[in-house]
Ligand binder design. Sequence first.
Ligand SMILES: CCCCCCCCCCCCCCCC(=O)SCCNC(=O)CCNC(=O)[C@H](O)C(C)(C)COP(=O)(O)OP(=O)(O)OC[C@H]1O[C@@H](n2cnc3c(N)ncnc32)[C@H](O)[C@@H]1OP(=O)(O)O
Length: 176
Amino acid sequence: MPTELDPLERHPKAVGPGEQMRMHNSTCFGCGEQSPAGLRLKMFAGDDFFVTATMEVESRFEGGPGVIHGGILSTAFDDVMGMAPLLIGPSAVTVHLEVDYRRPIPIGSTLQFRADIMGRQRRKVYTEAIAHIGDPDDPVATAHAIFVTIRAREHFAAHVENSQLSDDDKRRLRAP
Ligand SMILES: CCCCCCCCCCCCCCCC(=O)SCCNC(=O)CCNC(=O)[C@H](O)C(C)(C)COP(=O)(O)OP(=O)(O)OC[C@H]1O[C@@H](n2cnc3c(N)ncnc32)[C@H](O)[C@@H]1OP(=O)(O)O
């Protein structure tokens, strides 16, 4: 992370501490309620610059026998950390993601996440996160990521047509 960082300020329209955060896209594999096979992450805004989330580790997420697939966990980290920039401003997309897997995560457990914004420099937002099963001081995995803020309409304009969103929603996203 760079040493020269911009000051962090909570966005006036950000969800209040303790409130559930709105899905950034209802068909998102991570948090969307309309994603047919998604992770259904539930996210909550914390004080200052963090987000928390929970996820039930369902048997369909199995990788090794009886434990979560590592790619599923990294997807969950990506989505939870990707929510954090919304506390300080516009949407941001992942440009870099790294995960440290510390312990196997059993199917049937409830994973809890916390993602913190570590700093911001221009459009780059640096985040870190932990996943635990009840004891935040004993994480089962940790992650770091860099997000870059975007103008969402422009960024997705060429791709909205491929979305699973309804035609009405797609028309709204294309509206000026
Ligand atoms: C209309 C309403 C829709 C609603 C809906 C909204 C949804 C809002 C999404 C939320 C989603 C969250 C949860 C899922 C998160 C994903 O899964 S996102 C999906 C995966 N990620 C992507 O597809 C991103 C693909 N990459 C890109 O499109 C382009 O690289 C970007 C991000 C637009 C940046 O390109 P660019 O605008 O040309 O900017 P660029 O100058 O290259 O980079 C900007 C800065 O980032 C740095 N940078 C770029 N890449 C890297 C890197 N890999 N490592 C380090 N630094 C980097 C550059 O060096 C530069 O830094 P500075 O010059 O300021 O020092």
